[in-house]
Write a protein that binds this ligand. Structure first.
Ligand code: SF4
Length: 98
């Protein structure tokens, strides 16, 4: 199966590409980061622009509640991938907890 490799702030992912008849092109099959979390080396979780916003979201009024609209979301160019920069969502390393 074809893959496309992304390096999102140091988190390297191989995203499978699946042929879509209707679109007439390969589409990326993104993982469910709620089910299988992935973190950058700095400990920030990856999210998709279309993921539902969490209760900690920083959103302008009257806007669709998704990560892509959150002011703490850092979009990785040319994909739906990005990083949640909320400090409370960051996973601390073992050294930091010592
Ligand atoms: S980017 Fe982070 S803080 Fe913002 S809505 Fe998504 S998960 Fe919540």
């Amino acid at each position: 199966m074809k893959h496309k490799r992304y390096d999102v702030e140091g988190a390297v992912l191989d995203i499978p590409l699946q042929w879509n008849e209707r679109a007439g092109k390969y589409l990326e099959q993104y993982p469910d980061f709620e089910e299988t979390p992935v973190y950058t080396p700095e400990g920030f979780p990856l999210r998709l622009t279309c993921d539902d916003a969490c209760p900690d979201a920083v959103l302008p009024d009257n806007i669709y509640r998704e990560c892509g609209s959150c002011q703490l979301f850092r979009l990785h160019s040319e994909s739906l991938l990005g990083v949640c920069g909320h400090p409370a969502h960051r996973q601390t390393t073992e050294e930091e907890t010592l």
